[in-house]
Structure formats: structure tokens, C-alpha cells
Ligand binder design. Sequence first.
Ligand SMILES: Nc1ncnc2c1ncn2[C@@H]1O[C@H](COP(=O)(O)OP(=O)(O)O)[C@@H](O)[C@H]1O
Ligand SMILES: [Mg+2]
Length: 310
Amino acid sequence: MIDIRKLSKSYGSFQALRELDLEIAGGTVFGVVGANGAGKSTAFSILATLLPPTSGDAFIGGSSVRTAAADVRKKIGYMPDFFGVYDQLKTDEYLDFYAASYGIDVRQRQVLIGQLLELVNLEQKHDAYVDSLSRGMKQRLCLARSLIHDPEVLILDEPASGLDPRARVEMREIMKRLKGMDKTVLISSHILPELAEMCDEIGVLDRGRLVARNSVREIHTRLKGDRVITVKLNGSPDLAVRFFEERPFISAIRPDSAGEITFSFSGGEADQAELLSAAVSRGLGIRSFSEEETDLEDVFMAITKEGAEQ
Ligand SMILES: Nc1ncnc2c1ncn2[C@@H]1O[C@H](COP(=O)(O)OP(=O)(O)O)[C@@H](O)[C@H]1O
Ligand SMILES: [Mg+2]
């Protein structure tokens, strides 16, 4: 549905996008994660036909952003990463203004606006001034606006930025609804866990290049899988290494010179308790026995690296 081919963008001598290639299947919620300055907004503005690429092209449902911008605009809804100022406009008036600008009939508009406000959980606020809404509400209103012409593809630049956890949960629910409506959604963020909550797949943008891509399901499977355990010992690790080698669920034992041993453990919590008590009764001189926090970013980068090596 979205097909980005060797897309490059330079601002003067600075290359913000470097031959970006990315294909996204219809119905996917795809997250682009990258530090500030990675090129997310640049890529999204090009997809939204608001910025011309320096070279390369991108296709939305087969239409080129270079040569068929008008077609692309019909197919996409775009939410920029900043809001304007809405002098004295109420929520429903705001949506009505945009619906009118899309040429939607006045009678249809009322029904449509009701549906959109319901979709983004703002029915209660239809009569509120936009300026009085919270950040999360404004973001959802902006999302409703991007849906007015029922586009197949949504391009959302940092829709969850600055939201508190509760507002993020709400945003995630809305993403699910959009997925249920069979929309293809492209979302950016500079925070990976925030994106992982909402997306099916994630790509990492680094200095204008896509350096990694993976499904969120795979990341979660890995997170739930093996944990890494570190054991600190008094004295030589040799005896302990032999002990751990003979135990079930243990692999990749790595002793270090400081008398510390790290290994992967695939057993459950009861197995882990059993292991610790066995190690203690063996008199291995254990000072500490701890489970490393598995970090989402670490797992993501590890899987991605494996993928690249294949
Ligand atoms: N209009 C512009 N003129 C010059 N440089 C720009 C312009 N817009 C963005 N840049 C630069 O391009 C890089 C990518 O920016 P951007 O696409 O906004 O990244 P992101 O959205 O990932 O933070 C940044 O280094 C930014 O400073
Ligand atoms: Mg940006």
C-alpha cells in the first residue's frame, strides 16, 4: 500500500533522507522510530506531498507523490507534528470547516462529524472550544480531521508525543479501531516502547536510513523468552560453571575474571527458584543472583542484527 523507493531529501548540502526504501502492506500499523533529526517528519511530509523529494519516489496505493500528488492526497490523511491556533472555534465547527473544504455535503457533514468524534472519544466535547482541550484531546481531534475524507492510509507524525500513559492507552485503542477499519497507518515516534504498544511492525530510522525493521510480535516473543541471569561469586567461578552446565534450562554460560557468571535461562519462575536453592546448597559461595531487566530496545536491536546477518 505504501511503497517508498530510494527516497532522498537534501536541505542544501545536508542529506536528511538517504535512499530510503520501505514497503508497507495494506492494513498494517507501521511505526517509524528514530531520534530527533532522524528524518521522520521529512519522510512523512514527502508522503503527504507537502515536500518534494530530491530523488527517488514514493507510491501510495500505486500513485506517485511526484507525478500524481492529487491522487495521493485523496488516499491519505495526514496529521502533522504541530498544531495551529484555533481562534474561537468549537470542536464540531472545526471538523465542519474541514469537511466543507473537502466538498462534503452539508447534511452528510453532521452525521460524519458525529461518527468521527465518537471514533476518537470526543463526543462529549463537541461543543467545547478547541483551545480549551487537553493536548491528548487536541491530538485526537487532529486525527479525526485527518479521517474526514475516509482515506485508506493515515500518516501520523508523533501522534502520541507528550501524552500521559492514560492518553496513550486511549490512542492505542483508537489505532485498533483504525486497524479494524482496514486502514494502513504509518506512525512516528522517538520512543520505541510507545510505538510498540500501538504497532504491528516497527522500523528504525537513523540519520535518514532505515537500519532495522521487525514485527512487534517477534519482539514480544523474545522479551517473554529467555531471561539473562547474573551470579556473583566469592572466589573462583570454575566449580560454579560446572554446576550450571549440568543444570536444565541453562545455555550460553559466560564466566568473567571478576568471578561473575552470566547465562541464559529458559525455565519458569519455579525452575529459577529451584536452581537458586540447589546452587546455594552446593556451597558455591554465591554473593548475589539476579535477573537482568530485558530492555525492549536491546531485544529489538539484537533480533534485528540477527536478521541482518542471515
Ligand atoms: N527546512 C529545513 N531546512 C534545513 N534542514 C532541515 C529542514 N527540515 C529539517 N531539517 C533537518 O533535517 C533533519 C531531519 O529532520 P526531521 O525530518 O524533522 O527529523 P525528525 O522528524 O526525525 O526529528 C534534521 O537534522 C533537521 O534539522
Ligand atoms: Mg519530526
